[in-house]
Design a protein around this ligand. Structure first.
Ligand code: CIR
Length: 254
């Protein structure tokens, strides 16, 4: 997938008090910043520009910028994030996106939607209903996308936090899939790199131009991705994993 631009946001110290469903312990702030810097370097190596936003202490989870927007060529969709403490992260992001987009669409209450629940495969979108994205939000996005000539399939998540926690599109008709998505009817037509249960965290990877960026510590999946012909960059993600964050969550890519 050809991307030219990305937006990322530095985590603030309040990150330590952010939302999590894991029991992996409290993140180490110094390590977190080092991991975030390495993420930015990996994006630059993948030949995209990186627009870096300053940390904001009032929004502990705001480094996970992906949840605030869904970007297509024609317009930016400003989401309505499902977690109360995160909802107003969209105010800053809309301002930032005005530098790149003239046309905007909006997910509106009672609809809620997190960008992490949206995956694009060329002209086709998949939207997950999760703890964060409700049916109304998913339907609003589907309508917005279909009006612009895309297709959109809505599916209900059983297990994963966000849709893209469990599946990534790599390009060339291939997905990396874990858990409930391995045999899911919505994805039968794609070639699948199957993630074993003990490596589930690596189902959230990102393809950025010539590279697939993957988290470190998951050798079986890394090998499968490389055997399928993709070049990889491996990043330490432990401090983001502690708060349910993965590689895709940390940037908007367009
Ligand atoms: C949250 O609970 O919202 C954050 N701690 C993690 C968000 C991860 N975002 C994503 O998967 N797109």
């Amino acid at each position: 997938m050809l991307f030219k631009q990305t937006i990322v946001k530095k985590p603030g110290e309040s990150y330590l008090n952010g939302l999590t469903t894991t029991n992996l312990g409290t993140p180490d702030y110094e390590k977190l910043l080092i991991q975030h810097e390495a993420y930015i370097e990996a994006l630059k190596k993948s030949n995209v520009k990186v627009h870096e936003l300053e940390a904001s202490e009032e929004f502990p989870d705001s480094c996970f910028v992906e949840d605030t927007g869904v970007l297509v060529q024609e317009f930016a969709v400003i989401t309505n994030p499902g977690a109360d403490s995160r909802n107003r992260e969209i105010v800053e992001m809309e301002e930032v996106l005005k530098k790149y987009y003239d046309e905007f669409r909006y997910i509106q209450a009672p609809g809620t939607l997190d960008g992490g629940d949206v995956m694009q495969i060329d002209k086709d979108f998949f939207i997950g209903i999760s703890d964060r994205t409700n049916e109304e939000g998913a339907k609003q996005l589907k309508k917005i996308l279909e009006e612009a000539g895309y297709t959109a399939t809505i599916l209900t998540l059983e297990e994963f936090f966000h849709l893209k926690t469990g599946i990534t599109y790599l390009g060339d008709n291939s997905v990396v899939a874990a858990g409930e998505f391995i045999d899911h009817p919505a994805f039968t037509k794609y070639e699948k790199i199957i993630v074993p249960e003990e490596e589930e965290y690596t189902a959230n990877t990102i393809r950025v131009n010539d590279y697939v960026i993957i988290p470190s510590g998951f050798p079986m999946t890394k090998q499968k991705i490389e055997e399928a012909g993709f070049k990889t960059i491996t990043l330490e993600m432990s401090e983001f994993q502690k708060h349910d964050g993965g590689l895709s969550c940390l940037s908007l890519r367009f």
